[in-house]
Design a protein. Structure first.
Lengths: 340, 340
């Protein structure tokens, strides 16, 4: 449960945008052995200027023989980057992970490049409305909740336990975060609900006001609920579009449900019907969130007495799906915090 | 344009909840002559304990001969409170205003009590997810953007210019705020877009996660977009229900538009269609908001050489509808800041 960088080996970060830059800065600040690269020469020189170790290209990055390669490129670039990376990853031990906001499509792209066996998915649940290395900050990912994902149980490339351990040590070690271990599908379904659908609704809110006859008045009157409700709509729209499109399989049904829910509200408003049930449906969550801070129960210990076996992976996925998160990994055990 | 309390006379605040309490605290802090009341004895004694002047009931409040009465009761209590207030407002000069989040229905309630001629609508665009006097704070409304509303031009009870002046002096004087002067309808349409629809969407987001099979995982992974997108759903759901229901005439069509917009997104996601136009529809607003702070042009001056005539009211409504806000009132002129 230490934040020391020991035990994670050499980390190579591909892409120095908001997330890749923040990740590299945080790892460097924690004393990890980290090297990064970016296709943009200006970005590379900006990163060198703040003291980061930067390789000129993927070849130079892989020549540094990293233990872990983190893909931090835009979703639309994952397939091409993975293909370019494949012949360069000659060391059998190098594990590949990423920071993408969808996991099933990234695994498919990585498999297409022949790197499926090396891959463990990862997604930090943190971001800002800004983009690029200039907006990156060591604090952005410090202590973030991550999802760390494996393929569906029983599929050919089930997570290699040792590779999962490597990524969990990175997240809960120098990055100071927590990790929910789940399958790609579970992740993508949950991410649709807590990230992609919110982005679509925020975009709709912003579009509706931007196109309204009362636009100037409305923008002048806009206070907290509109500011909060549209903040993520101010992020790079191309990035949002990619995120939403890549996860269409989960976002579309979640939006269908949103439409049905809104039609219930409209029906009640147009017939003087009661909205009581709509506004009280989530009272239990509301009470949890407005009450004392959400703290989990006591940390539990999953023994590693038999090492990182497939059984350990299954157990982590089962607990992760139920809301437990990994908070630390040591030689003897994985430490998990159960949901509140 | 001074923040001094002079010139606003004695202000009486009915209701010491979040907004009424914050209003009373701010007016007192600015040295205004303010007295308040609340139906709850505990709230009255809490308010007295922090040094505010508190009357025991509406009778005692009105006996203090206020120049301006501010209704700060819940929307569902406006009708009954106005009826109780009517026989007590014996001074012909007393003006009535409020802080309600919808304006047409409040004017209807006030008219039903025979107080329509005294009434100028007002709505501060500020709030928190908390309620009650305990959550009130002088800072909440300090400098807030307000809407100040008049009836439709030509209706029987068109705003008495002197009463409008009184409310504008209060808002831009000791409250340090700005005021968009508009009709009730314009306000209610804009408020549906920037406040009521965001509340409904936030509630839907929260409900969808609360009812999802992946609920615990989703709540564990929830980061900025979900937190921001649901913040206002954590407010008192009964208050939100009242606000949305009272403004049904504007909220229902705005939600119908939201449904149509979401169906476009769903259609594109299900057919691999492009979402480019959806995600770029509000690029102009996005640029304004992410660029330098939104500052208006130079402050303009609307002469009061002929006094507070109906023409001045019409001019303020016309400019308010176009996005200009009143930033100050003095003996010679109304000062307005045009939209950016």
């Amino acid at each position: 449960m230490s934040r020391a960088a020991g035990g994670v080996g050499r980390v190579a970060v591909v892409g120095l945008g908001l997330v890749g830059g923040s990740l590299t800065r945080l790892l460097a600040a924690r004393g990890a052995d980290v090297v990064a690269t970016d296709t943009d020469p200006g970005t590379r020189s900006d990163a060198r200027a703040v003291g980061l170790a930067v390789a000129d290209d993927l070849g130079a990055l892989c020549a540094a023989a990293p233990d872990l390669v983190v893909l931090a490129v835009p979703l639309r670039a994952v397939r091409a980057t993975a293909a370019e990376l494949a012949p360069l990853l000659t060391g059998a031990d190098t594990t590949l992970t990423d920071v993408g906001s969808v996991k099933g499509p990234v695994r498919a792209a990585v498999r297409a490049a022949g790197l499926g066996d090396r891959y463990v998915g990862a997604h930090p649940m943190a971001g800002t409305e800004h983009s690029g290395f200039g907006a990156s900050d060591a604090g952005l990912l410090d202590g973030a909740p991550w999802a760390v994902t494996v393929a569906e149980p029983g599929t050919a490339a089930a997570a290699e336990p040792a590779r999962l351990a490597q990524v969990l040590r990175l997240v809960t070690g120098p990055l100071g975060g927590t990790a929910a271990v789940v399958t790609d599908d579970r992740h993508d379904e949950a991410a649709a609900l807590v990230s992609h659908v919110p982005h679509v609704l925020a975009t709709q809110l912003l579009n509706a006001v931007a196109g309204a006859p009362v636009r100037d008045l409305a923008l002048g009157l806009a206070a907290g609920s509109f500011r909060d409700g549209t903040r993520v709509a101010l992020t790079d729209p191309a990035r949002t579009e990619a995120m939403v499109t890549e996860n269409a399989a989960w976002v579309a049904p979640a939006l269908r449900k949103a439409v049905r829910d809104l039609e219930v509200v409209i029906g009640a408003l147009e017939t003087n019907g009661s909205l009581h049930d709509v506004f009280h449906a989530a009272d239990d969550v509301r009470e949890e969130r407005t009450g004392r801070a959400r703290t989990g129960g006591p940390v539990e210990r999953l023994s590693l007495a038999e090492g990182w076996t497939p059984r350990v992976v299954d157990e982590l996925v089962s607990r992760g799906s139920a809301g437990s998160v990994v908070v630390g990994v040591d030689a003897d055990a994985v430490h998990l915090r159960p949901p509140r």
